[in-house]
Design a protein around this ligand. Structure first.
Ligand code: SAH
Ligand code: SF4
Length: 361
């Protein structure tokens, strides 16, 4: 690419500077040296906005019961091979206390999608019980009504992660069965914003049939939605799903995930970007490489080991046998090796959100 240096410089000067074509060209880079320059420019921006610190959010996989049947996901409703579990409120509170004691100051509660009054109340109860811990609590519990989102916000959740999965409507419908609606997903993101959440979205990359232009549009979608946080990861096939026959192809998927992080950082600048666990499923040091490509958040799994096998969204999910303390010290070591440290004691609100909310920095 002849003008790579100019494009990277322009991107670093101000957010939203890259055209769709430039984003697609950067996402299509194949030469190792060019890719290194892309990652280097994105990492410089990460350091400019977030310092050499990585924000941690312990993630609790609260249950694998799901009403949906997304064709790519290992815990989809139709996967009969799976034993279903759901943590009780005491379990979640105990794990939240562990998270707080580790000094992470931030927590994610994720599960399959359940829409019911009993589930809504259950989450409300959990949120009220963990409120005294003063954690930045993120929920990732799928599509819900605006009323439910509001109740959870009032009970203490501050952030919500709902990936749009792909901004290409046609591709979305090929990845989901009937009754799963792209429009509802987008409407949910708008409802979350109206309820005052810090809103996180994201996509999978290396999806079957997905192009560089699709991914360039995904980044445009994040900008348009004014997202505060981005969670992205490569699609990794799961054998017990309809898309299980797609090749594992670790290197290609890893590079697609890393390039997507880098170009998103270059285009959006001040958002929180997570180095997804899926990166680590593809390479042992996948998450550290995500940080070096511009991400600033890692979500260590703090779920009890006995439940981890039940929450395999994709194959090769790492750390199935490691308890949460082990995961934490392992991560510290890994980050130190790349000159980064854990941002203890910080709730880690995205700078983008703080600026939008009127804080000056
Ligand atoms: N049910 C909630 C949260 C759990 S799923 C929801 O869907 O929002 C969390 C994320 O896992 C999804 O958004 C999807 O992007 C990701 N995921 C599911 N299956 C995957 C796979 N095979 N490879 C990579 N990521 C996957
Ligand atoms: Fe359920 Fe989320 Fe998996 Fe879809 S991606 S099947 S909503 S857990």
């Amino acid at each position: 690419m002849d003008d790579l240096e100019n494009i990277l410089e322009k991107a670093a000067e101000r957010p939203h500077a890259l055209s769709r074509g430039e984003r697609a060209a950067l996402l299509s880079l194949e030469g190792p040296e060019e890719i290194e320059r892309l990652f280097g420019a994105a990492y410089d921006l990460k350091v400019r906005y977030c310092g050499k610190t990585v924000a941690m959010r312990g993630i609790i996989e609260a249950g694998n019961i799901c009403a949906k049947d997304c064709l790519y996901c290992g815990i989809r409703k139709s996967n009969a091979k799976l034993e279903r579990y759901s943590l009780d409120a005491d379990d979640i509170v105990r794990l939240a206390e562990f998270d707080a004691a580790r000094g992470y100051a931030s927590l994610v509660i994720q599960s399959g999608e359940i829409e019911s009054e009993a589930h809504t109340r259950f989450i409300e109860d959990v949120l009220r019980r963990i409120a005294p811990l003063n954690l930045g609590v993120t929920l990732s519990l799928g599509e819900q009504t605006e009323d439910v989102y509001r109740r959870w916000r009032e009970a203490g959740a501050a952030r919500y992660l709902l990936r749009v999965e792909t901004s290409n409507r046609g591709l979305y419908s090929r990845l989901h069965p009937e009754g799963h609606s792209f429009d509802r997903r987008v409407e949910c993101l708008r409802a979350l914003r109206r309820c005052g959440y810090q809103v996180g979205t994201g996509v999978m990359c290396a999806l079957p049939g997905q192009t560089a232009e699709d991914l360039a549009d995904d980044i445009g979608f994040f900008a348009e939605m004014d997202a505060d946080m981005i969670g992205m990861g490569p699609f990794i096939p799961h054998p017990d799903t309809p898309l299980g026959g797609e090749g594992f192809d670790a290197r290609r998927r890893l590079m697609a995930g890393l390039k997507m992080i880098a170009v998103t950082r270059l285009h959006l600048h001040d958002v929180n970007i997570a180095a997804a666990t899926a990166l680590q499923a593809l390479a042992d040091d996948g998450r550290e490489r995500g940080i070096m490509a511009g991400a600033n958040v890692i979500m260590p799994n703090i779920t009890d080991v006995k439940y981890r096998r039940g929450y395999q969204l994709y194959q090769n999910k790492p750390c199935l046998d490691e308890n949460a303390s082990l995961c934490a010290s392992c991560l510290e070591r890994r980050l130190a090796a790349i000159g980064e440290r854990v941002g203890y004691g910080k709730r880690g609100d995205s700078l983008h959100y703080r600026l939008r909310a009127g804080e000056t920095e």
